[in-house]
Design a protein around this ligand. Structure first.
Ligand code: ATP
Length: 217
């Protein structure tokens, strides 16, 4: 069986256990030996991260330092402009060749938004989608056409993900973690504890850098 490789994109402002724990469990469930974490550049029309790219990257490095499952990919951060996931996955596919099974990991909230992503259908030409559960979101799409798209690609078999290079959507039965970067920023702004929501090393760095103490710009 070919080794399935997975990427995990996000803003990670900051990275937290709601990112890391479901993915570690997912990796055990379906037999993933490597997850490539890929922090993004945020498009100018969207609210900007409070932490700089260098700070977001550093927090990720701290968070994964003792977790060999994860590695970091800086390709999107290094670009001057935001990149579309569809383009990044096209490039990754070109690097990996047509047979290599590839996957992109998202949370349930991202699945619901997914049809609004640029060229979303082409993403499945190049990768599978692995979806982790997140509390507060349904597992059904708002529009019938999008539900039909989901049903067309859905698989319940982890083996499928290893057997085929791309094109499947897998809804993983990972536990709920009620943590978001927004919640953490709000807690820190109010001077409240975030213990247990993110790695201590990341929290110490946040304090050292004076991050998230004030309302976002
Ligand atoms: P924010 O609160 O700033 O919007 P976030 O916590 O949602 O941030 P992102 O960096 O935007 O984090 O998310 C990256 C990916 O991680 C997305 O696919 C998102 O769905 C997923 N994710 C984030 N938090 C969780 C969680 N608690 N459970 C499952 N998936 C999550």
């Amino acid at each position: 069986m070919t080794v399935l490789k997975a990427m995990y994109g996000g803003t990670f402002d900051p990275v937290h256990y709601g990112h890391l724990k479901p993915v570690e469990i997912l990796a055990n469930l379906i037999g993933l030996s490597r997850v490539i974490v890929m922090p993004n550049n945020v498009p100018p029309h969207r609210p900007q991260p409070e932490a700089t790219s260098a700070q977001r990257k550093h927090m990720l490095e701290l968070a994964i330092a003792d977790k060999p499952l994860f590695s970091l990919d800086e390709r999107e951060l290094k670009r001057e402009t935001p990149s579309y996931t569809s383009e990044t996955l096209k490039a990754w596919r070109a690097e990996q060749g047509p047979e290599q099974p590839l996957a992109f990991i998202i949370g349930q909230d991202s699945l619901l938004n997914f049809p609004s992503w640029h060229d979303y259908e082409s993403i499945l030409d190049n990768a599978h989608l692995l979806v982790c559960r997140r509390p507060g979101y349904t597992l059904t799409m708002k529009e019938d056409a999008h539900q039909a798209w989901l049903d067309r690609h859905l698989t319940h078999s982890a083996e499928d993900l290893h057997r085929t290079p791309a094109g499947k959507i897998y809804l993983a039965e990972t536990p709920w973690f009620n943590i978001s970067a927004t919640l953490i920023r709000e807690h820190l702004e109010r001077g409240e504890s975030c213990s247990g929501m993110l790695p201590e090393s990341v929290l110490t760095y946040i304090e050292q850098q004076g991050l998230y103490r004030h309302a976002g710009h």
